[in-house]
Design a protein around this ligand. Structure first.
Ligand SMILES: *Cc1c(COP(=O)(O)O)cnc(C)c1O
Length: 401
């Protein structure tokens, strides 16, 4: 894993744009105090008062950069937004109450009836469900699972307005040439957005590859401790302003100051956590790859997509999956139930290891449509140590014999 030294500084605290007036003293203090707190204070305030009425009126004209009402801007949240923008090498960030609130803000704020969205690669389930809902408002979509440029080009329609990308994608972690796709879209005047949650801003910076909008769920690695739900968008200042007024402020899916504080704390250890997640997940992937009961391991370092890892990813995280040779629900359940050190649950990116399968009781047809094999089991490798987790997987897979 190569982490940019600048990113380590931003994560550790004292990011380049951090305003000392926000990290010490009451809001609006003019002179920087002699000492400042090491942790960002939580501005648990729903509104901010102004020295005179004219100043409040000025604030109304620029609510996207004024601490006026915490459904708009809040100082604690703004420190987080500046850090995430800096990590993605973007101009501006808006934080949301969840990753889905961030996805919704893009769809509702930037699309209109008659527009078409092309989803590229295995896409987070609820994102596709949101797209289904949007058909009621005249917004159409398609899911494109063939990732070569010609197929992608063919899938673009004259009314395609947004290309929504995931690389590495959900469940199978397949990759494609992000730079080429972004430039193809740009030539046609199509907006690009990417769900960059798997990689975190430390391992992939899609804005530098030409993508217009980066989305994160912060509920996974950025928070890192399974105790907060949050999301973020990073883009140009101009588009962020548009999103602020067209959806963020009106949808109301804002991030609470305390949750922003939890994320600031999560960021401080993100580089060290990721280094261990990466190392342990790579060891587990290699071990699974050699196991006779395993048909295939899905990890961005393996398989056809790995050529893209070299130019797009500066490291790997700890989320991977594997496919059982004999993948009925019975076998999938047996392996999951036999694991002692993987919690059975949704989500990922925390310090505790987790296991889940997309294979449910009634969704076999849908899995076939999506190209997801029924024997797929997803692991979020936590920080318990690879030796212990491999031993656990080994005894669980033995139960299949
Ligand atoms: C969890 C997740 C989301 C949604 O984030 P929430 O914070 O749960 O709303 C989006 N994309 C991916 C890839 C995710 O794993």
């Amino acid at each position: 894993m190569h982490i940019d030294p600048q990113d380590r500084v931003i994560c550790a605290g004292g990011g380049p744009e951090e305003d000392p007036r926000l990290s010490a003293g009451p809001a609006g203090t003019d002179s920087a105090p002699a000492s400042r707190p090491a942790a960002t204070p939580i501005y648990q305030s729903s509104l901010f008062t102004f020295p005179d009425y004219g100043a409040l009126l000025d604030g109304f004209g620029a609510e996207h950069r004024t601490n006026l009402y915490s459904r708009g801007k809040n100082p604690t949240v703004q420190v987080l937004e500046r850090k995430l923008a800096a990590l993605e090498r973007g101009e501006a960030c808006i934080c949301f109450s969840s990753g889905m609130a961030a996805v919704s803000a893009v769809m509702l704020g930037l699309l209109r009836s008659g527009d078409h969205v092309l989803f590229l690669n295995d896409t987070y389930g609820p994102t596709l469900q949101l797209a289904e809902h949007l058909t009621r408002f005249g917004i159409q979509h398609d899911l494109q699972l063939e990732l070569d440029l010609e197929s992608i080009e063919r899938a673009i329609r004259p009314d395609t307005r947004l290309l929504w990308l995931e690389s590495p994608g959900t469940m199978r972690f397949r990759q494609f040439d992000i730079r080429a796709v972004a430039s193809l879209a740009r030539e046609r005047g199509i907006l690009t957005g990417i769900d960059n949650s798997w990689a975190t801003p430390l391992c992939q910076k899609p804005l530098t590859l030409g993508v217009d909008i980066v989305m994160h769920t912060c509920s996974k690695y950025i928070g890192g401790h399974s105790d907060v739900i949050a999301g973020a968008l990073v883009t140009t200042a101009e588009r962020a302003e548009r999103l602020f007024y067209s959806s963020y402020l009106l949808n109301g899916g804002i991030l609470a100051p305390f949750d922003a504080w939890l994320l600031l704390r999560g960021l401080r250890t993100l580089p060290v956590r990721l280094a261990q997640h990466e190392a342990d997940a790579l060891r587990i992937a290699a071990w699974l790859d050699a196991h006779p009961a395993v048909r295939r391991v899905n990890h961005p370092a393996l398989g056809e997509g790995r050529q893209f890892a070299a130019t797009q990813l500066s490291g790997y995280t700890g989320l991977l999956s594997f496919e059982l040779e004999d993948g009925g629900l019975e076998n999938v359940s047996r392996v999951i139930d036999s694991l002692e050190h993987f919690g059975i649950g949704v989500s990922w990116g925390g310090v505790e290891s987790l296991v889940i399968s997309p294979n449910g009781r009634t969704n076999r047809e849908r899995l076939d449509e999506l190209g997801i094999p029924p024997g797929l089991i997803r692991l979020s490798v936590g920080l318990e140590g690879a030796d212990l987790l491999i031993e656990d997987l080994s005894s669980a897979l033995e139960r299949l014999a």
